[in-house]
Design a protein around this ligand. Structure first.
Ligand SMILES: C[S@@+](CC[C@H](N)C(=O)[O-])C[C@H]1O[C@@H](n2cnc3c(N)ncnc32)[C@H](O)[C@@H]1O
Length: 283
C-alpha cells in the first residue's frame, strides 16, 4: 500500500486505501481498459467505516452516490473500455429497526435499518440492480448486457412466502458504442458465451465476507482486456480482481476504504501463483 499520490503509483499494480470517489478523482483519464467490481449492497452490511457506501437511509441516495463513483470510473476508462458491475438486490426491512448479529457473518449485523423508503412498501423487493442500471444509462453509459449470476450453492433463507433468491446481476456497460470485446477468448464449448452464468460462491477464509468468486471475474477480464492492460476495481474488498489479474497477466489498481481489508487483499495477492490458466470449457 502506498502513501504517495494515487497517480504516481501507476507504475505497477497497486492497492490504494481510501474512498473510491475521492481516489478516482486523482487518477488520470483514459487509463483503464476494464473495470470489474462489486460495490457494497444497500442496507446489507456494515463495514464499520465513516465514508462507506451502502448504509444510506434511502436507496435513492445510495444510487446517487454510486452513479457519482461510476462517473469517475467512466472518465478513467479508455474509450474502448468496459465496466462489469456485480450487484445484488435488497428488500425493504418490513419496518424492523435492526438486524441481529449473525455468528457466521458478523458484518451482516446492522445497528440501524432504514425505514421503508418513499414509494415502497414493507417487504418490497427494491429492484436496486435495475434502478442503478437505468441511472447509469441516463448518465451516459451504454448498457450492453445483464448477466444472471446463478448461485447453485446459494444461502438458504428462512422465507415461506417466496422462492429463495439464488442469483445476482452482472451488468456489462461500455463507455462508447464500440469497445474491446474478445468473443473468442470467452467462448464456452465453441459457442458464444450465454448470459446465464452458473458459478458457486466461494467463501474466502480471510475476515472479509462479501467476496465474489474468481470464476465470475475471469470471463470479464478475459473478454475486456489484453495481457499487460490495466484493470480497475474501486471496491477491492479481499482483492479477488487483483488475484485474477495476477494470474491473467493484467496490471490492476484496487481501491478499498477499510485498511484491514487492504491488508487481507495484499496477503491474498502475495499468495496467488502467477500461473496462467484458461477457462474451464464446461463453465
Ligand atoms: C462487496 S465488497 C467487495 C468484495 C470484493 N469484490 C471481493 O471479492 O472481495 C464491497 C467493498 O467496498 C468497500 N467500500 C465501502 N465503501 C467504500 C468507499 N466509499 N470507497 C471504497 N471502498 C468502499 C467495503 O469495505 C467492501 O470491502
Amino acid at each position: 500500500m502506498s502513501k504517495k499520490s494515487p497517480a504516481s503509483c501507476l507504475t505497477d499494480s497497486t492497492v490504494l486505501q481510501g474512498d473510491a470517489e475521492k481516489i478516482l478523482q486523482q487518477l488520470p483519464s483514459n487509463w483503464f481498459r476494464c473495470c470489474v467490481t462489486s460495490p457494497p449492497y444497500w442496507g446489507l452490511r456494515d463495514y464499520g467505516e465513516d465514508d462507506q457506501i451502502g448504509i444510506e437511509n434511502d436507496p435513492y441516495k445510495y444510487i446517487e452516490r454510486l452513479v457519482a463513483v461510476f462517473e469517475q470510473v467512466r472518465r478513467v476508462l479508455r474509450d474502448d473500455g468496459t465496466l462489469w458491475l456485480n450487484i445484488g438486490d435488497s428488500y425493504t426491512s418490513g419496518n424492523r429497526a435492526y438486524r441481529a448479529p449473525d455468528k457466521k457473518n458478523p458484518v451482516r449485523a446492522m445497528a440501524h435499518r432504514a425505514k421503508t423508503p418513499k414509494g415502497l412498501k414493507p417487504k418490497d423487493l427494491i429492484g436496486i440492480p435495475w434502478r442503478l442500471a437505468f441511472a447509469l444509462q441516463e448518465a451516459g453509459w451504454y448498457l450492453r448486457g445483464d448477466i444472471i449470476w446463478e448461485k447453485p450453492n446459494c444461502m438458504p433463507e428462512s422465507v415461506k412466502d417466496r422462492p429463495t433468491r439464488a442469483h445476482e446481476y452482472v451488468f456489462q456497460l461500455s463507455k462508447s458504442l464500440r469497445y474491446h470485446y474478445d468473443q473468442a477468448n470467452v467462448r464456452v464449448n465453441g459457442r458464444n458465451r450465454r448470459t446465464v452464468w452458473s458459478i458457486p460462491t466461494e467463501p474466502f477464509s480471510g475476515a472479509h465476507f462479501a467476496t465474489f468468486p474468481p470464476k465470475l471475474v475471469e470471463p470479464c477480464v478475459l473478454a475486456s482486456s489484453l495481457p499487460g492492460d490495466w484493470v480497475l476495481d474501486p471496491f477491492f474488498g479481499s482483492g479477488t480482481v487483483g488475484a485474477v489479474c495476477e494470474q491473467q497477466d493484467r496490471r490492476y489498481v484496487g481501491i478499498e476504504l477499510n485498511p484491514e481489508y487492504v491488508q487481507i487483499a495484499l496477503e491474498r495477492i502475495r499468495c496467488t501463483a502467477r500461473t496462467l490458466f484458461t477457462l474451464d470449457a464446461t463453465s
